[in-house]
Design a binder for this molecule. Structure first.
Ligand SMILES: Cc1cc2nc3c(=O)[nH]c(=O)nc-3n(C[C@H](O)[C@H](O)[C@H](O)COP(=O)(O)OP(=O)(O)OC[C@H]3O[C@@H](n4cnc5c(N)ncnc54)[C@H](O)[C@@H]3O)c2cc1C
Length: 461
């Protein structure tokens, strides 16, 4: 019997949707953000609430089926879906409750960051997330969360107070400092390995308008700009987040026509504070370099910044990326960046170097599962294009770029920016925390039901 039909017979009274390959809307429902990944699940279960998540977990487990969990569906490696198995689709879990007095927000497991940012901004508050508003809260948070507010407010996981979860057993539990603290430790960086998070509780910070935008120089100045940036950023105030990047300027507003399609290097900055302080904070970098092609920094509401890249990166492009953590950027690495930056293969391909310092360094390497606290940057080499014919080209650039710089890296990578790169790479990314994660995995998911992720294997009993 087809799996979707078996699910309908077993999950009587299911209020969400059970979608199989024969059903209308199946092709739309199975699409994920990265169009390079084309998987055909046997069942997509769009659950209406946490009880339904628990029922589908039980159905998949008892039927011996592969189980994937989909938050926002943004994962580069396509870890929110699978072939032939069951996908728990959390997209209907959209509740958002802001408590301005307690400075917290409770967020359904299927929300995207844009939805959360808009709700918290109404109260002049925010929690740190990423740089694209369509990314899922679920995957981004569980892997760590690097974004425009990292230096001021820490990683997303540093603000995760509580998570309501469905375990492999079907049991519903809370993970916090007081309840199941081992689970709370593990989910702050350990990804979706330990269960399905149906709601998150985050701490909020006073962030309303930010002073933000891109500053671009010609790509030929790549080595100069990167050298100046690596000296400047670590001593800049925490309110300033600025990531280094290579881009090709999109041929559209708000970019001036004279720089359309030009290869550039630069920084995308976000100052969470006043305009006057923002200008002071950026001055040492601008003073050290020639006049930029574009200095597009201006005041804007935080959610506007969060959505600034959305138009350039809609769902449905081909994505291949690699990543590495970095402690130092020696001159040899600067030269390699300058070479590959000048060779960006397509308009949407990019390299971003996200700062990991400031508040992210206030937490120790073993205080959460996210082990690279002493890294200063997380680098991502993203080959992106709308046309499937260009996959080989973008993939090749991304791999060659990362491999050339890997000897200068800290060893591991941010799990949320990895492809399917094997167990050794996953171990390298958790380092000293891996064995503890494997013990916690053995306690909460001994059968490795949740294995469509950067997988932590349960420790042998
Ligand atoms: C365009 C783009 C921009 C990005 N920018 C950033 C950025 O600025 N900062 C950053 O840190 N990351 C960024 N990322 C990486 C992003 O964090 C990961 O791709 C993340 O996995 C996406 O989460 P998702 O919920 O959308 O993904 P999905 O594909 O739905 O899921 C990814 C993984 O998380 C698990 N998962 C998702 N939700 C849950 C849940 N509620 N409970 C249990 N497991 C769950 C899934 O099982 C899967 O293993 C970006 C990705 C893209 C494609």
């Amino acid at each position: 019997m087809p799996i979707a039909q078996a699910a309908r017979e077993e999950l009587v009274g299911f209020r969400g949707r059970l979608i199989g390959p024969e059903d209308a809307g199946y092709d739309e429902a199975r699409k994920i953000y990265n169009a390079m990944i084309d998987r055909r699940p046997a069942l997509i279960a769009r659950c209406a609430d946490a009880d339904e998540v628990a029922r589908v977990v039980g159905f998949a487990r008892d039927s011996g089926l592969l189980l994937a969990v989909r938050g926002g569906g943004h994962n580069g490696a396509g870890l929110g879906t699978c072939d032939d198995g069951v996908v728990i689709d959390l997209s209907a879990l959209k509740d958002i409750e802001v408590d301005p007095q307690a400075r917290t927000v409770r967020v359904g497991g299927g929300c995207t960051w844009g939805e959360v940012d808009r709700a918290t901004n109404e109260h002049g508050l925010a929690t740190p997330s990423g740089i694209i508003s369509t990314t899922g809260v679920g995957g981004l948070t569980l892997g760590g969360g690097l974004g425009h507010l990292t230096r001021k407010c820490g990683l997303t996981i540093d603000n995760l107070l509580e998570a309501e979860m469905v375990l492999a057993s079907g049991e519903r539990v809370c993970a916090s400092a007081d309840e199941n603290p081992d689970l709370h430790w593990a989910i702050r960086g350990g990804g979706g390995n330990f269960g399905v998070v149906t709601s998150f509780l985050f701490r909020l910070h006073e962030v309303s308008d930010v002073f933000a935008g891109p500053t671009f120089w010609p790509v030929e100045l790549g080595a100069d700009v990167l050298s100046a940036y690596r000296e400047f950023l670590p001593s800049a105030p925490r309110e300033l987040n600025a990531f280094f990047c290579f881009h090709i300027v999109p041929p559209a507003p708000p970019f001036p026509e004279e720089i359309h399609l030009r290869k550039v290097c630069g920084v995308v900055s976000c100052y969470a504070g006043s305009e006057e302080d923002a200008r002071k904070a950026m001055a040492p970098l601008l003073d050290a370099l020639p006049e930029p092609l574009l200095h597009g920094v201006q005041a804007m509401p935080h959610p506007v910044l969060q959505g600034a890249f959305d138009g350039l990166y809609p769902p449905g492009d081909q994505w291949y990326w690699r990543a590495d953590f970095v402690e130092e950027v020696p001159d040899e690495a600067v030269a390699i960046h300058a070479q590959f930056g000048a060779e960006i293969p397509t308009m949407k391909s990019t390299m971003h170097m996200y700062p990991i310092d400031g508040a992210a360094h206030d937490v120790g390497s073993d205080e959460t599962a996210w082990s690279y606290r002493e890294a200063k940057w997380g680098t991502v080499f993203a080959g992106v294009d709308a046309d499937p014919a260009n996959v080989a080209q973008i993939r090749d650039w991304s791999i060659r770029y990362q491999e050339a710089l890997h000897p200068y890296s800290a060893g591991g990578a941010y799990v949320n920016m990895m492809m399917d790169e094997g167990q050794e790479r996953i171990r390298a990314s958790y380092r000293g925390n891996y064995d503890r994660l494997a013990d916690i995995k053995a306690k909460y998911d001994p059968g490795n039901l949740f294995r469509v992720n950067q997988n932590i294997q349960p420790a042998a009993g």
